[in-house]
Design a protein around this ligand. Structure first.
Ligand code: AKG
Length: 249
């Protein structure tokens, strides 16, 4: 990508809080990611800590829905995050050097894949400044039937919304006052094809529907980067922990 394109992406990101880049990855790159995922699920997952792997139905391995920190168990995923085109893009949109934090896997298995509740990633991160970005890479077709991602345009500039507990595995927090007419008017949904890339700011409100199809899974990767200026926000962390504790009583 040339400098002009990076500039345009940064401008769009700053204005909307997200950017959609169709066909950022070619078919060979998508195939390579899918192969590594298959290997990972067969060889690595059986030895992983339980809190790094989530199932819609624990008793059924075919319902694997989410994994965290793939980079710590796979050189392939570490290379996808660090020193990569995605890292360059993260630096371009945040306007500073970045540190790759997490490679996540998101699947919505057919029929039982739940909605992704409306949330802001920064609510989980507890950082200041909230200089963080997620790169969401589609590995399969995502549409309104199997749960494509949607963003509230401009929401990254409107502060942190109140969050409260959900029963959704992998997304314990949801915006409690979501669904105002203003929210619905600014919601932009992004059907995606394998290799398409979505970039969102950590303050951008986002959501995804359930998978109501009979047979189409919805697999994707999420790669999280923090700007190097980021520090832990201890006050926010304490408030977050307090609210988690209050929710669990
Ligand atoms: O894939 C999804 O449904 C949600 C992804 C998400 O919340 C994220 O990448 O921050």
């Amino acid at each position: 990508m040339n400098a002009e394109l990076y500039e345009q992406i940064k401008k769009d990101f700053e204005r909307d809080g997200y950017v959609f880049i169709p066909a950022f990855f070619n078919a060979d790159q998508v195939t390579a990611v899918k192969w590594e995922l298959e290997r990972y699920i067969t060889e690595v997952v059986p030895h992983m800590p339980a809190n790094h792997v989530m199932y819609e139905d624990k008793a059924n391995p075919a319902t694997l829905k989410q994994m965290q920190d793939l980079q710590t168990h796979s050189a392939f995923f570490n290379n996808l995050m660090c020193g990569s085109e995605l890292e360059k893009l993260a630096e371009a949109v945040l306007g500073e050097k970045v540190i790759g934090k997490n490679v996540e896997y998101f699947n919505k298995p057919p029929r039982i894949g739940k909605s992704t509740p409306p949330h802001q990633d920064a609510y989980y991160f507890n950082i200041k400044p909230t200089q963080a970005v997620t790169m969401w890479m589609a590995l399969e077709d995502a549409d309104e039937q199997n749960g494509c991602v949607g963003y509230l345009s401009g929401s990254h500039k409107k502060g942190m919304r109140p969050h409260g507990r959900t029963s959704t595995i992998g997304f314990s927090q949801s915006i409690t006052d979501y669904g105002t007419p203003e929210d619905l008017a600014s919601l932009r949904k992004f059907p995606a094809k394998p290799g398409d890339l979505l970039i969102h700011h950590a303050m951008t409100v986002h959501v995804a529907g359930p998978n109501i199809t009979e047979s189409k899974s919805r697999k994707a990767l999420g790669l999280i980067y923090f700007g190097e200026s980021v520090q832990p926000d201890l006050e926010a962390k304490e408030a977050y922990m307090k609210s988690l504790n209050a929710q669990s009583v």
